[in-house]
Design a protein around this ligand. Structure first.
Ligand SMILES: *Cc1c(COP(=O)(O)O)cnc(C)c1O
Length: 520
């Protein structure tokens, strides 16, 4: 009898050990068997079956909320990131966080939360390129390099990215002169604004390269995808000690850093006396690829008292329909809007939500197959019910976006960009439809100076001259200062002038890859 008990305890202990271990393990959203450590997940980016790496449930990474809310932003980031990426100790993570962020953002708290009327705005655009993507792309290079070391990889990391404007610049700034990494960015020759182009072509750093591709964003994007699949089939650089990788938002290393600012916003509201500890807060997120808002869901799973997550879309409102009806249908016209970073019909990170809500990789795999074959899918009723309890969704068109910029300026003297205006507008819809709402935090994803022409128009100020002149005009009219990284951009020396055809992208990359010095 005694023996049996000991045996039983031993077996239970072992099962417990295996379970605990497994909980810390990332796996593909499309197959539970394709697992990876957190470092492997960061290094690989995407799972071999095309799924995204996720934990089974982020609730087991629950943090000590009270302790966390007493911390400054950098230690708080280290705490949260080492919970999400358990291969890294808190001490290791704090070193990476400091290297990535210290001194590079406009304010020491990185992402300030400011009161605007009865709402609060979480400003995510105070980073080195005035884009919200700076938050994740500042630290991704450090996470990748440290992950490579943990996995025993000695290879140099070569990042390839196609950009419609913002991601490329933020990625180059993040990877700029990080040892062991190089980055090549392709942008559509006539598809980015003058300001965005100047931001990229004047980029400093000896390990960065940016090149225009004749065509539109799709041409550049397809070109990069073809290079990746070509390299996977037969790598012409075998033996050259180079690992190709991408910096796009499906990498868990880009998602995890975004979880931090949901906690820091909560702390800011608490410190300002706008909420009591434990009181839920609703977040309204201008959404494209569903990465930003998913980070909010992960924060909630980890124990943040978040109420509703409000998904704000522009005229490309595929997510509004999905979150309301459970039917995802990409078969619809694509609209070019004044909030271009949200012009997306297939939101890749939604796949992670489907897995986290169902825990069913087979279901996710079937839905994704259906999306790619037929362009649409419908989730089971039980999942829709969960979705509707967690999320609320709305959208607004360009007219409403511009009216909102003008109205927020007149009512509150707060100048917001087009993406933030979409979120502002949807937040007001949400409050009107839900009188029992909580304190609302609106996520602000870009500086108004990244879209100065549209913002000027919204304020009914006739534009004179180029996009650069529009910046100065906007500053003169509002008194809101131009961020240092954007001021005088047109006078900086151009360092990158290459323009190529899409057919020549592979050749261009191979040539660059074997050339040890890009900037003599
Ligand atoms: C990328 C981006 C978004 C959308 O974020 P997702 O994580 O893709 O949903 C919104 N606004 C701006 C300015 C962006 O650059």
């Amino acid at each position: 009898m005694k023996k049996r008990n000991i045996l039983r305890r031993k077996i239970l202990g072992f099962v417990d050990f295996v379970m605990k271990k497994n909980q810390k393990i990332y796996q593909s959203t499309r197959s539970e068997r394709l697992t990876a450590s957190s470092a492997q997940a960061v290094l690989q980016g995407i799972a071999p079956d095309g799924g995204l790496y996720t934990l089974r449930d982020f609730a087991q990474e629950e943090v000590d909320l009270q302790a966390l809310l007493k911390m400054d932003t950098l230690p708080m980031a280290a705490e949260i990131l080492s919970a999400l990426l358990p291969d890294f100790s808190k001490e290791e993570m704090l070193d990476l966080v400091r290297a990535a962020y210290a001194g590079k953002f406009e304010t020491p708290d990185l992402t300030p939360t400011v009161a605007v009327g009865e709402d609060a705005v979480l400003e995510l655009f105070r980073g080195p390129t005035s884009a919200f993507k700076d938050v994740a792309l500042s630290i991704l290079p450090y996470l990748m390099r440290a992950s490579a070391a943990k996995c025993g990889s000695q290879e140099e990391i070569l990042i390839l990215t196609a950009t419609s404007g913002d991601t490329g610049k933020a990625a180059m700034e993040g990877f700029c002169d990080v040892p062991g990494t190089r980055i090549i960015v392709f942008y559509p020759d006539n598809g980015v604004s003058a300001v965005q182009k100047a931001q990229m072509t004047t980029q400093q750093g000896n390990n960065v390269c940016v090149c225009a591709v004749r065509g539109n964003f799709d041409d550049a994007q397809t070109g990069v995808k073809q290079i990746f699949s070509r390299i996977q089939q037969e790598n012409p650089l075998t033996g050259k000690n180079i690992r190709f990788s991408s910096a796009n938002s499906i990498n868990i290393g880009r998602l995890a850093p975004q979880v931090v600012y949901y906690f820091s916003a909560y702390k800011a509201l608490l410190d300002a006396g706008r909420i009591r500890l434990g009181e839920p807060v609703d977040f309204c997120v201008p959404t494209g690829n569903f990465g930003d808002i998913l980070a909010g869901f992960i924060a909630k799973q980890m124990g943040l008292p978040a109420g509703r997550l409000v998904c704000a879309s522009n005229a490309n409102n595929v997510l509004t329909d999905f979150l309301r009806t459970g039917v995802y249908d990409r078969r619809r016209p694509f609209h070019l809007t004044v909030s271009p970073s949200m012009d997306i019909l297939v939101s890749s990170n939604l796949e992670r939500l489907l897995y986290l809500l169902s825990g069913d990789a087979k279901l996710v795999s079937e839905l994704m197959a259906q999306l790619s074959a037929q362009g649409h899918y419908q989730v089971p009723a039980a999942m829709l019910e969960k979705i509707r309890s967690l999320f609320w969704a709305g959208f607004c068109d360009d007219d409403a976006t511009c009216r909102t910029i003008g109205q927020v300026w007149r009512d509150h003297r707060y100048l917001c960009d087009t993406h933030t205006a979409v979120a502002w507008h949807v937040a007001q819809q949400y409050k009107a439809a839900n009188p029992d709402h909580n304190q609302v935090v609106i996520l602000s994803t870009a500086s108004p100076y990244k879209f100065p022409e549209a913002v000027l128009r919204a304020l009914s100020i006739p534009q004179q001259g180029s996009g650069f002149d529009a910046m100065l005009q906007l500053e003169a009219a509002t008194g809101v200062p131009i961020p240092a990284n954007l001021r005088g951009l047109d006078a900086r020396p151009v360092r990158h002038q290459d323009v190529i055809d899409r057919e020549n992208m592979l050749e261009y990359v191979l040539d660059k890859a074997v050339n040890p010095s890009w900037h003599a």
